[in-house]
Design a binder for this molecule. Sequence first.
Ligand code: ZN
Length: 134
Amino acid sequence: MELKWVYCCPVLIRYTDVKGPKNAMLWSFLCFMYVRIEPEYEHDIGLYEHELEHCKQNVRSLFLHPLLYIFCKRYRLWCEVKAYALQVNVYVYASETERIQMINLFSTYISEWYKLNITFLEARTALRDELDEY
Ligand SMILES: [Zn+2]
């Protein structure tokens, strides 16, 4: 367990398979942000930064993030593209091919995991557009 500060707000980070607390969204509403990372990913700095980005989005949205994220697909896409772009940039790659493979993997996740109704190509275009901004 780790306590991290995002802007001036506490984030509780737990490395566990257990999915609690059950009301993680409620905790977010109450300003105490919670991140659960499965133990096998404890040293995955990219995933860590990805999840912290969502906490920052939560603070920047004045804690409307959970509501916006659930009910607005465009916002959810924007959040995930930002977080995955950050994650792409955190990792160190042996080659440009490896980096492209990571972008493709995350584009698959974006198109399949978040009920966004977008294709792989649309996800990859959004992610690459975001990466070009850096
Ligand atoms: Zn995410």
